[in-house]
Design a protein around this ligand. Structure first.
Ligand code: SF4
Length: 80
């Protein structure tokens, strides 16, 4: 089952922790410096929100990145 990643870019303070922890899934956007899902897995990108769909293999990585976020701006949910 794939997972959906939702990043609240409005909450993100651009600390870089998530992209450092899991660069396969996260990167700071060139648009506003806020975290976003990398192009490869991105399905929606705006000023305030980035959404992506990732394969199973990247779940642990994505979850670790979410867990280190100081403002809890990253949500990882299973797609049923
Ligand atoms: S860890 Fe949180 S605050 Fe830091 S860049 Fe990632 S989403 Fe933004």
């Amino acid at each position: 089952m794939p997972y959906r990643i939702v990043i609240d870019r409005g909450l993100c303070i651009s600390c870089g922790a998530a992209p450092t922890t899991c660069p396969q899934v996260y990167e700071l956007g060139k648009d506003n410096g806020k975290n976003k899902v990398v192009e490869k897995y991105s399905v929606e990108l705006g000023e305030g929100r980035s959404v992506g769909i990732i394969p199973d293999e990247l779940y642990s990585c994505a979850k670790e990145g979410a867990d280190v976020c100081p403002v809890s701006a990253i949500y990882v949910e299973k797609i049923e």
